[in-house]
Design a protein around this ligand. Structure first.
Ligand code: ZN
Ligand code: ZN
Length: 916
């Protein structure tokens, strides 16, 4: 039997083999469950759609975390008899993928513009195939039991159709519109990006205090050229303000002050002259100006700052855009046209100084918005884009959370969700990229109207002209990801079997950092387009950090250590999954400590060895349990513990406390089954006269049931062992298709089991006490010792367990007395557990003289160390050394003193026994 299990567990021998076999068997497909008769066709079903990784991405610990949690849920529901679908896929990831391919092309000195749109996109598809294979293979290594035959890609035909349908519907309802607004512009990517893709970067920079001359009776315009040093000569009045971006001066169309600011009141309504460009700009009053900032006056640049943009709209100001797509100054920037924005900044500051308009430069730390993808400084900029009017969609999404249609876990994230949704702004969905879903809107060259259709139109729907051209932009990647829970199931065909069977899905499980990027949008689009919230539960996990609490990111020096593929190579996929699952709490960041990985790998090997032991000692004969089986105390105890574990795991799973469930299964298997039950069972196994069939049955029953409980955490090692078990204890061909354990009511007589736990508990306490004493007295491990136990009412059953007691505590069976009452021997170590008192006569434990001598020696040494430490603390050291060093010494001394007291006590006990 044992030849089925090799000497040690090597994950490499099993993981890929088992994964492949399961996939070939069709076990990951919901149809297979029906075919095997495990679920009724109209029975309960459970569905989760995997967050699609970026197709160009490489696997990281974040993916591993998602996979571990989602696969755990999937395997659990599958075992519970739900028709289960875990649907995988990947995301075309617009900007990210385009950037990667552009970088590859740059190595050959080619730009996307050299290739042109069509050829470039064809190139990206080529790369996509390479990357796609890589990310899929990597994802499989994590052991995810998803149905690869249903795999989707956000740019595949079906999903493209879904995207067009969604866009067209929202467009026709007026929820998607085109408008000119201020957007976040990345000059490197040459595209608008959403607020969420802007990453603030704290930076030490400057605040430039500058001043503009004001027209009055003495001066009404510059007489000299800008740069002559005399541009403002003659001006007698100025208005002063501060800016962090002097280059934007060229786009100013007003100066604003707070209407309640007495310093500037008399200037409101006056005209200032904009330096360099000689533009006349009004001084206006607006409540939005903070009188506390700088001088209380601010420059207004409506085309390049969101707040200024709003002021501009309120006051009807012009909004000149002074930069090109790549953030060069354009012709509206006058003398600075053609310069890069940062070059312009330096030059314009120098010119201000020359003209006497630079008041001072202050150091200033502030956050600069940068592009999430390429880290270039974002340029807020007026531009024509497509937007989703998110406000009404957000209302519906909030309502779904309020009325409980969707629950967000943990609750803290629900509050964050509401805060975000209440303050939602229009969502800019157009991107100036080539890789993505092209916006399905055509402009008519004759009548100028727009045509929006699912299928490419041949003519303008307004005037019938064939002179139409499609919008150049593509959609934000998150627009297609926002349709993921239903586009992958066949929507907009609401009659498709998968949509009917599996929508709405059950859970959206993802990292809390993309709650707004993704979850909020899935909910908004899902409710609007399907009339139903896309899932019942949103479960958010935290970020993965290293053992020092740092977020694991590509820029880390030892990032190799945190590469999931390296971890799997070294510890196995089971160990990685188990570690991630048991180190996490919903919504809290998890830290991945290599020591825990090692612990998890040791755990796989521990179960393996336990299984080997059980299988090699099975012998022949029936191994099934029945209510008629004659169970001994350890049997009743372990079955009772197993029942409690099943109940507890069930309760924890229902409340999403997977980590705690995993820890409890571990503690049961290692700490109770292996350390106590198997150890106790050896007495019977090795006793040739003992009846073994019940023991075998219990050993197997507990092992098999625990494997089922552990399976969602560690699918491979559990499957490998399970398949080696005798046929009669396992039902079916595969553990992953076996039934989730339930407490065994037939075997469960509540009172008898409670009694068993109590009695076994007492026996275990006794054994622990005896083991501690043996360690204290340095008794050689194999030495059998004498014990006298006064057990009162417990002595009857305890005496029946004497063989087990002797085996576990290494007692001499001929020298073990168990009686209700005993005359206490004088020279003995005493262990008290409840009513029971156990005496270990010292003479039988140790050679008293030798022990006395040994303890005296140790005591002398400790006394010396105490004296040294006391001396140190009494001297200069206590005054001069740093407080924490002194404290450390004090703690050390306290420890030594405690040790001294114990030794003195033990020596006194030895003296006593001598004189007695
Ligand atoms: Zn960028
Ligand atoms: Zn037309």
């Amino acid at each position: 039997m044992t030849d089925k299990l090799s000497k040690t567990y090597n994950p490499q021998e099993h993981e890929e083999r088992i994964y492949q076999w399961c996939e070939e068997q069709g076990y990951f497909r919901p149809e297979k469950q029906v075919e095997l008769g495990l679920v009724a066709e109209d029975g309960p079903r459970w569905c989760i759609t995997m967050p699609p990784p970026n197709v160009t991405g490489a696997l990281h610990l974040g993916h591993a975390m998602v996979a571990a949690l989602e696969d755990l849920m999937t395997r659990y529901y599958r075992m519970r008899g739900f028709e289960t679908l875990f649907l995988p896929g990947s995301d075309h990831a617009g900007i990210a993928t385009q950037n990667v391919v552009e970088r590859e092309l740059a190595k050959e000195g080619v730009t996307r513009h050299d290739l042109g749109r069509e050829k470039f996109i064809a190139k990206v598809w080529e790369w996509k195939d390479v990357y796609h294979r890589r990310i899929t293979d990597q994802t499989k290594r994590l052991g995810v039991s998803c149905d690869w035959m249903r795999e989707r890609f956000t740019l595949d035909e079906g999903l493209s159709h879904a995207v067009r349908s969604a866009f067209t519907r929202l467009y026709k309802k007026g929820l998607i519109y085109r408008g000119t607004y201020l957007v976040n512009w990345c000059p490197r990517c040459e595209s608008a990006i959403s607020d969420l893709e802007v990453i603030p970067d704290e930076r030490a920079s400057h605040l430039w205090h500058i001043r503009y001359p004001i027209i009055n009776d003495d001066w009404n315009e510059p007489q000299e050229e800008w740069g002559s040093g005399k541009w403002a000569s003659g001006a007698t009045e100025f208005i002063e303000m501060a800016t962090t971006r002097p280059e934007t001066i060229l786009g100013d169309t007003a100066v604003a002050v707070n209407p309640g600011d007495p310093r500037w009141q008399r200037l409101v309504g006056q005209i200032a002259i904009l330096p360099a460009l000689n533009r006349h700009i009004p001084i206006i009053a607006d409540e939005a100006v903070d009188p506390e900032f700088g001088s209380g006056a601010v420059k207004v640049t409506p085309a390049h700052d969101p707040n200024d943009n709003e002021i501009g709209l309120r006051h009807g100001l012009e909004a000149p855009n002074i930069m090109t797509d790549t953030a060069q100054m354009n012709k509206l920037a006058g003398p600075y046209a053609g310069q890069d924005r940062f070059e312009c900044r330096e030059n314009i500051v120098a010119d201000f100084e020359k003209e006497g308009l630079l008041v001072k430069i202050e150091s200033y730390v502030h956050a600069v918005g940068t592009c999430e993808r390429c880290h270039t400084d974002i340029e807020p900029r007026i531009s024509t884009q497509w937007f989703v009017n998110a406000k009404p969609l957000a209302e519906a999404a909030m309502e779904a959370v309020r009325d409980g249609s969707t629950t967000i876990i943990p609750e803290r994230e629900e509050r964050r969700f509401f805060h975000w949704m209440e303050n939602i702004r229009p969502w800019c969905i157009s991107r100036q990229l080539w890789w993505g879903h092209r916006i399905p809107v055509w402009y008519c060259d004759d009548c100028g109207e727009q045509t929006c259709e699912i299928d490419d139109p041949a003519a303008c729907t307004h005037c019938g002209s064939a002179n139409i051209h499609q919008d150049e932009d593509v959609l934000d990647t998150w627009f297609s990801s926002g349709l993921w829970p239903f586009s992958t199931l066949g929507w907009p065909d609401t009659e498709s079997p998968d949509y009917k069977r599996f929508y709405p899905t059950d859970v959206r499980e993802t990292a809390y950092e993309i709650l707004f990027f993704w979850v909020a949008r899935e909910m908004m689009l899902g409710i609007e387009l399907t009339g139903q919230t896309p899932y019942a539960t949103v479960y958010l996990h935290g970020l993965v950090r290293n053992e020092e609490g740092k977020k694991v990111s590509k820029s880390m020096e030892d990032i190799e250590e945190y590469d999931p593929l390296n971890i799997i190579e070294k510890y196995g996929s089971d160990a990685l999954r188990y570690t991630q699952l048991t180190s996490s709490t919903p919504g809290l960041d998890m830290s991945l400590d290599p020591r825990r990985l090692e612990g998890a790998r040791n755990f796989t090997n521990k179960i393996w060895q336990a299984a080997r032991f059980v299988l090699s000692n099975l012998g022949d004969g029936p191994a099934t349990l029945s209510p008629a089986s004659r169970l001994l105390l350890p049997d009743r105890w372990i079955l009772s513990r197993l029942n409690s574990l099943i109940q507890s795991v069930e309760r924890l799973f229902e409340s999403y406390q997977y980590g705690e469930a995993g820890r409890q299964i571990h503690d049961f298997l290692w700490g109770e089954y292996c350390d106590w039950y198997i150890e106790a069972s050896k007495v019977r196994l090795y006793d040739e006269t003992a009846e073994k069939s019940v023991l075998r049955a219990v050993l197997l029953h507990v092992l098999e049931t625990s494997l089922r409980l552990l399976h969602p955490f560690m699918p491979f090692v559990t499957e490998a062992i399970w398949q080696a078990l005798p046929d009669e204890v396992r039902k079916g061909e595969s553990l992953m298709m076996a039934q989730w354990p339930e407490p065994d009511a037939a075997l469960l007589d509540g009172a008898a089991f409670a009694k068993a736990e109590e009695q076994m508990g007492l026996m275990m306490e006794l054994v622990r006490g005896i083991r501690n004493r043996r360690a204290e007295y340095n008794v050689t491990p194999g030495k059998r010792i004498t014990a006298l136990i006064a057990a009162g009412d417990e002595s009857g059953w305890l005496d029946e367990q004497r063989a087990v007691l002797c085996s576990l505590a290494k007692l001499d069976s001929k020298q073990l007395t168990i009686q209700p009452a005993i005359q206490p021997p004088d020279q003995a170590a005493v262990i008290v557990v409840g009513e029971a008192v156990c005496y270990l006569p010292l003479a039988a434990l140790v050679d008293l003289d030798a022990e006395r001598e040994r303890l005296s020696k140790v005591l002398d040494e400790i006394k010396g160390r105490v004296a040294r430490s006391e001396g140190l603390l009494a001297g200069e050291f206590a005054q001069k050394a740093p407080e924490h060093v002194v404290q450390r010494e004090r703690d050390k001394l306290a420890g030594l003193q405690a040790e001294r007291a114990k030794l003195v006590e033990r020596l006194a006990a030895l003296e006593q026994s001598d004189t007695a």
